[in-house]
Design a binder for this molecule. Structure first.
Ligand SMILES: *Cc1c(COP(=O)(O)O)cnc(C)c1O
Length: 388
């Protein structure tokens, strides 16, 4: 039997075929007019994707590189930071701050719970001044979305504090208005909503953030925003960029602009909603109380570890999903909607998930998950869409 391998992990996600094509063909030197034009186009597309007119910088690293750059450029050793920790990626902010001798005040959130922005306000008003608040837009490890819009409004009232948002899986899956919402530093990565292979990271920098960048006493070299900003002003990067990925990026961003960002986001949200409906119809629980659209976290049936669901889907159907991370490993499995996915993908995924669960001994009525997903589609489709 033919079995196609399909990625359903929340990074890397499937890449956009036209981008694969131009990346394979690209052989451009980066100090040329041709590359400058491509970079200029990519940066304009990124401003649209991030919804900002402020600076965006591109680095040749995974997302964590840009996260590290945020800490190094905004804070000095001995500064203090408020860190929202509701999962593995919140913990990463905490570890990065510690690596740069930044004092961490933690706001711990139980796994899968929403963030109450008022807690951040209380902590900012109560304690000595903090240089930055670090948070995720989506905590991918628990498939949970946070209210960064309210956080932006709160942090905006504190003139010396920046809001840093790891939006690596928030971008392209939720409304995110970087500039209007006062998100001072927003981090993205190529292998998520940008439908590309891993290797590029992005960061938007507000005027308020630049004031801190100028003062930071932390060591930095490759990730020095000041040098990179000067290069970007000349349509260049300070060091050799990941040329082929940037060529692919400009292709993807052209596509996103044609589609409209709202429609890209709506697609992910529809798939997430359909997946949640399917899970419930199959007698399963959605892990998060504030579920995101980047991926859906589902608790496995009683007595079946998550990793067995993951293994079975891969072995029988070639479908690659993710288990939980760290101590949550067996408590949930995660199905991605971020990136180059359409409704057809999620229908097939749910069908194979039903067969998997049945074969692993979970009692269900075959087709009930798929039916719930179809019903969600019918309720959500808009005039002009197929079937209307
Ligand atoms: C994927 C991801 C990252 C980045 O991880 P890298 O492996 O360094 O690219 C960071 N934060 C979140 C929320 C993510 O989902």
């Amino acid at each position: 039997m033919i079995k196609k391998t399909r990625l359903f992990t929340p990074g890397p996600t499937p890449s956009f075929p036209p981008a694969q094509q131009v990346m394979a063909e690209s052989e451009i030197h980066h100090r040329t007019e041709e590359f400058k034009r491509i970079l200029r186009e990519a940066l304009a597309g990124l401003r649209y994707f991030f919804q900002t007119q402020e600076d965006i910088l591109i680095f040749a690293s995974s997302g964590t590189g840009a996260m590290e750059s945020a800490v190094a450029n905004l804070l000095s050793p001995g500064d203090r930071a408020l860190v929202v920790v509701g999962g593995k990626f919140g913990e990463r902010w905490e570890e990065l701050c510690k690596a740069y001798q930044v004092g961490v005040e933690k706001i711990a959130i139980p796994y899968g719970q929403a963030l109450d922005p008022r807690v951040v306000r209380q902590r900012l008003e109560a304690g000595p001044s903090v240089g930055a608040v670090f948070v995720q837009a989506v905590e991918t490890s628990t498939a949970t979305e946070y209210d960064v819009r309210s956080l932006g409004a709160i942090v905006h009232e504190f003139p010396d504090t920046c809001l840093v948002v790891d939006a690596i899986t928030g971008l392209g899956t939720m409304e995110l208005r970087t500039q209007d919402w006062h998100l001072d530093l927003v981090v993205g990565g190529s292998q998520k909503a940008f439908m590309l292979p891993p290797g590029l990271s992005f960061v938007s920098v507000s005027e308020k953030a630049w004031r801190r960048v100028e003062r930071s006493g932390s060591p930095r070299y490759y990730f020095d925003y000041r040098r990179e900003r000067k290069s970007v002003a000349r349509d260049q990067t300070a060091y050799t960029p990941a040329v082929s990925l940037i060529v692919g990026l400009s292709q993807v961003l052209r596509f996103v602009q044609e589609q409209g960002l709202d429609n890209v986001i709506r697609g992910a949200r529809l798939q997430a909603e359909a997946t949640r409906a399917a899970a419930r119809a199959l007698g399963l629980q959605v892990f998060s109380h504030s579920p995101c659209a980047a991926c859906t976290g589902i608790r496995p049936p009683e007595g079946i570890p998550s990793t067995r669901v993951v293994q079975h889907l891969r072995k029988e159907f070639g479908l690659v999903i993710a288990a939980g991370q760290g101590e949550l490993k067996e408590q949930l499995f995660r199905i991605a909607h971020i990136g180059y996915f359409d409704f057809y993908d999620i229908l097939g995924m749910i069908g194979c998930l039903e067969l998997t669960l049945e074969q692993l001994g979970h009692s269900l009525s075959l087709g009930s998950g798929v039916r719930a997903a179809l019903q969600t589609y019918c309720q959500r489709r808009e005039p002009g869409e197929p079937g209307e």
